[in-house]
Design a protein around this ligand. Structure first.
Ligand code: HEM
Length: 450
């Protein structure tokens, strides 16, 4: 436990004692919230097997088995057809939604943009956006503030600050596009065509079209040649060097959409959950605020700022353990395999669930309790690399992991130095979301200047 905090168990969805039937996953809260409806047993089994509309789904929960899927036998586990179908309309065949040689070529092309030196150079961009956030004393929705801030950062860091990507309209469209994915998932599982048949589906479709059209224009304005030497310019030039013009153009828009979407919602959720956990623990928050003030006093814009925030980093890491911004991600087996005691057949879906693994009884002491001390270097050294997976693992590890961590630490440090955050009395906080994990209905907190 941290020196000044008492045992604190933040909220999680209710758990039944026994297994929950698969159909329950498609009605009520479980259909809106991936982490809802798991039984107590799910957090102590070596793996879970289910049959979902004709698909065999295996959920490995032992770190060795997870390592086999993501690293040791990674070539056998590709992104599932059904997930690709869902994502194609929005992010095409970009880095996140391609496999094989096309994935490898794109990963190589973007890697340089995410090298440590490139991220270090972004600390001033993170700081500027943190300072520009619309915060004032009183009740503020910190989930909305975090989303606006990370959206601005991705636009500034990757798209030369294009105003079309940070407008209120852009934000509404993105939210609708992401919310639509959960509905589309159900349709895809049922084998139905991906038609926008409900109001939510229609709004999601409009959101996707807005995003594709806007980014299509942003890319087209850079042609020929790609324009300035920034992320987008380098991406466009490298793609046109490697691929025929038409394909290069399509991939430039696909990756612009990929990075725009993958690059802000997730980090916003990490920041939001961390603020929630700190609001609930005022003494720990005060310690983190002292550390933030000292770290910023030693230099606001320098690349080492995130290194001067060891306590805040541990808190962020523990926050992503309890509330992983990406609570699950999927693969499909190309050929038969064995994962621990479980047989996998060609075509089976293998789902990796940070939500279950991060709270697994066999892997963590007092797994539902908040304890940032778990992330001291000595404690980390004793653990399996594949039992903590907020950014995935293996060759497809999140390419933005370092970016996101430096970004979240910088933004949190600025906000904690300026403000204290307290819960709104009587307001319940509940995790929600199918693709990313966020507090249902936002996160209103009471802000007071420090
Ligand atoms: C706290 C914030 C973030 C979390 C929790 C997160 C989580 C993840 C996870 C779990 C994966 C792997 C998915 C899989 O293996 O199927 C992933 C991949 C990816 N992430 Fe992140 N991410 C975050 C921030 C970012 C940022 C800031 C960017 C870009 C600026 C980004 C871009 C990507 C991309 C492009 C991929 C696909 C990589 C590949 O397949 O080669 N992410 N992320």
């Amino acid at each position: 436990m941290a020196s000044t905090s008492r045992r604190f168990v933040p909220p999680h969805p209710p758990r039944n004692a026994g297994p929950v039937p698969v159909w329950r996953g498609f009605v009520g809260e479980r259909a809106r919230t991936a982490v809802y409806g798991w039984s107590e047993r799910a957090f102590s089994l070596p793996h879970i097997k289910r049959k979902v509309f004709g698909y065999n789904v295996l959920i490995p929960l032992e770190p060795d088995a997870v390592q086999r899927v993501l690293l040791d036998n990674a070539a056998n586990y590709v992104k599932p057809d059904i997930v690709m179908k869902l994502l194609r309309a929005t992010i095409g065949r970009g880095l996140l939604s391609s496999d094989g040689a096309l994935w490898r070529d794109q990963r190589r092309i973007v890697a340089a943009n995410f090298a440590p030196a490139a991220i270090d150079a972004l600390v001033p961009v993170f700081a500027r956006a943190a300072g520009a956030a619309d915060l004032e004393a009183g009740v503020r929705d910190m989930a909305a503030a975090a989303t606006a801030t990370t959206m601005r950062i991705i636009a500034d860091a990757l798209f030369a600050g294009d105003a079309r990507l940070i407008s209120a309209a852009a934000m509404d469209h993105i939210t609708a596009a992401l919310e639509g994915v959960s509905e589309a998932r159900l349709q895809a599982l049922l084998g139905l065509p991906l038609m926008p048949w409900s109001l939510k589906g229609k709004r999601a479709r409009r959101g996707q079209v807005y995003l594709r059209e806007t980014l299509g224009r942003v890319v087209a304005e850079r042609l020929p040649g790609g324009g300035p030497d920034d992320f987008l310019g380098r991406l466009i030039r490298a793609l046109f060097d490697k691929f025929p013009d038409e394909e290069a153009l399509a991939l430039a828009v696909d990756n612009a959409a990929t990075f725009y979407l993958a690059g802000h919602e997730t980090t916003a959720n990490a920041i939001t959950w961390t603020l929630f956990l700190l609001a609930e623990q005022p003494e720990l928050q005060a310690e983190a605020a002292v550390e933030a003030a000292a770290a910023l006093a030693a230099g606001e814009d320098d690349a080492d700022l995130p290194e001067r925030l060891p306590l805040l980093r541990r808190i962020l890491e523990e926050s992503m353990r309890l509330y992983p911004p990406v609570p699950r991600f999927d693969r499909q087996a190309l050929a038969a395999d064995r994962l621990g005691d479980a047989a996998v057949a060609a075509g089976d879906i293998v789902s990796i669930w940070p939500w279950l693994i991060h709270r697994h009884r066999a892997l963590w002491d007092d797994p539902d309790a908040f304890d940032p001390e778990r992330f001291r270097p000595e404690a980390k050294a004793g653990r399996h690399r594949f039992q903590y997976l907020p950014f995935g693992g293996g060759p497809r590890l999140c390419v933005g992991a370092r970016f996101a961590t430096a970004e979240a630490l910088t933004v949190l440090a600025h906000w904690l130095r300026a403000w204290s955050f307290a819960p709104v009395p009587g307001r319940e906080v509940r995790p929600s979301g199918m693709v990313t994990l966020r507090p249902a209905g936002g996160l209103p907190l009471v802000l007071a200047p420090r």
